[in-house]
Design a binder for this molecule. Structure first.
Ligand code: DC
Length: 220
């Protein structure tokens, strides 16, 4: 069974998806990391991110491997490099490129179809896995999302003022929601959870309960 978790940046998707996969014994696919790795690969090659044809070419040839929390791109461990502010911005630009999306969607379907996976991103329930057994859409207010992102960046050694993180979140939300290719939308049959005033474990408990009920897995 496939469980999809979509939503805007900083809504707590990654932690929730990772935790849910662990609790259910499912595999986990972080699709944002794939777009980030393509963005990183373009920056490395000095390619203009708005050159759609060249960027799509990179997405078609780049070799991506995702193992637990490690992301390997063309043999380089880019797990930390893809989380910088520059890589976040690059990811958001390349994610609007239809050629990049089509290459990533093919890889995501090839990876998860027919298996037990929790996949996390922006279009997993709406486009990539429309027949997923269970779909969630996580949200949180922008200030809360910016605060969480700031803490996450700080833990990785990047101190960023809150107003800058908030501006970047607004910027990214706008790009993700207004792009023509698979904009961020909630699938009609997705369950929306506002995580603003919930702890990670409250969110995880809710996701686990609904997933078990929907999939017929035993309730613990
Ligand atoms: O979830 P994230 O912040 O790691 O995602 C990085 C970027 O990739 C972000 O701008 C949204 C985009 N993305 C996307 O367009 N589709 C996905 N399935 C996952 C991420």
């Amino acid at each position: 069974m496939i469980i999809t978790i979509d939503g805007p940046a900083g809504a707590g998707k990654s932690t929730a998806a990772r935790g849910l996969a662990k609790r259910l014994g499912f595999e986990f696919l972080d699709t944002g990391a794939m777009y980030r790795a393509v963005g990183w690969a373009c920056l490395q090659r000095g390619i203009d991110l708005h050159d759609e044809a060249r960027v799509a070419e990179v997405a078609a040839v780049v070799k991506l491997e995702l193992h637990d929390s490690h992301v390997i791109c063309d043999g380089h461990d880019v797990s930390a490099a893809i989380r910088t502010a520059d890589s976040s911005k690059a990811a958001s630009v390349v994610a609007a490129n239809p050629g990049v999306r089509s290459a990533m969607v093919d890889q995501q379907r090839a990876t998860a179809t027919g298996q037990n996976f929790v996949t996390e991103g922006r279009d997993q329930g709406s486009v990539v896995f429309p027949n997923a057994g269970c779909k969630f859409f996580l949200t949180a207010d922008a200030h809360e999302r910016a605060t969480r992102r700031q803490v996450e960046l700080e833990q990785r050694g990047y101190f960023t003022p809150l107003d800058r993180v908030l501006a970047e979140i607004h910027d990214r939300d706008h790009r993700d929601q207004t792009r023509e290719a698979s904009p961020l939308v909630k699938a009609a049959d997705a369950i929306e959870i506002d995580t603003s005033r919930k702890t990670q474990s409250e969110v995880l408990d809710e996701l686990e309960l609904v997933s078990r009920q929907r999939s017929g897995l035993p309730l613990t």
